[in-house]
Design a protein around this ligand. Sequence first.
Ligand code: GLU
Length: 308
Amino acid sequence: MNCSSPSYRGRFAPSPTGPLHFGSLVAATGSFMEARTRGGAWLLRMEDVDALRCSRETAADILRTLEACGFAWDGEVVWQSRRTSAYAAALERLKEEGRVFACACTRKELADSAIAPDGAAIYPGPCRQGVPAGRLARAWRLRVGDARVGFDDAIQGHVDSDLALDAGDFVLLRADGLFAYQLAVVIDDAAAGITDVVRGADLLASTPRQIFLQQCLGLPMPHYAHLPVAVNAAGKKLSKQTHAAPVDASRPGPALHAALAFLGQQPPPELSGANPRELWAWGLANWQLARVPRGPAYPAVTDGIIVP
Ligand code: GLU
């Protein structure tokens, strides 16, 4: 259903830890098509808050590739590395309200903790009542208590989460002094007035944490749609770690065609050699979120080629 809603504000938020690959192109394509076919704005945010893993050169390379693919974003690119004072202010507020606690535990001390469905350690609680005498606070964690969060995902359906079981008291300020992704994304989406988050289903497990943070900070909750994740022949998510091939910025048509096809849109085969302008014109006329397969990982892809 393509309805025009001028107040729709979507975004694409890549982390510049490696060049744009087919997996991130899918997220860019899905969020772009959904925003544009709903008459909305589409914003771009560089999630370079993790200064240890991100680089300026990689970010510039991603921006060049997005431009070559014909993505046109609204307004200036937002850089998380320039927004740390907003994250610090939110953390201060949570401190004042007693919603966070300092934590002295090391990774080694937490090695035997229960593991959440997304692989994160569930905090067992030693510092919840205060940092033990003689120990140094390293990180700040949000208390989840017995919070439960539910939301309707436009692709994945209804999701319910018991935060104590699914995430535990999670980190907002890391031991290395960097703000955590969960805090940055919530602050930035709210500051940009994002109404609709369309992103990969690898982040579905993070969404209840983000909704809980929105509730703690009195921020509005956007609508969510989690796209299937592109995996390689071994079933692993395409990423820098799995050596996913970068999108070829000199000839982006085939990858864009494959991204639309991956998202269930059935672009005509004769458009596979088309330029981005023609592909986006087809996409604007034909995109339907209802056709996106439910995933979460679907189908196998190698270097941008869909494996039947
Ligand atoms: N920066 C995240 C990533 O590249 C995406 C975050 C989001 O869309 O909320 O996986």
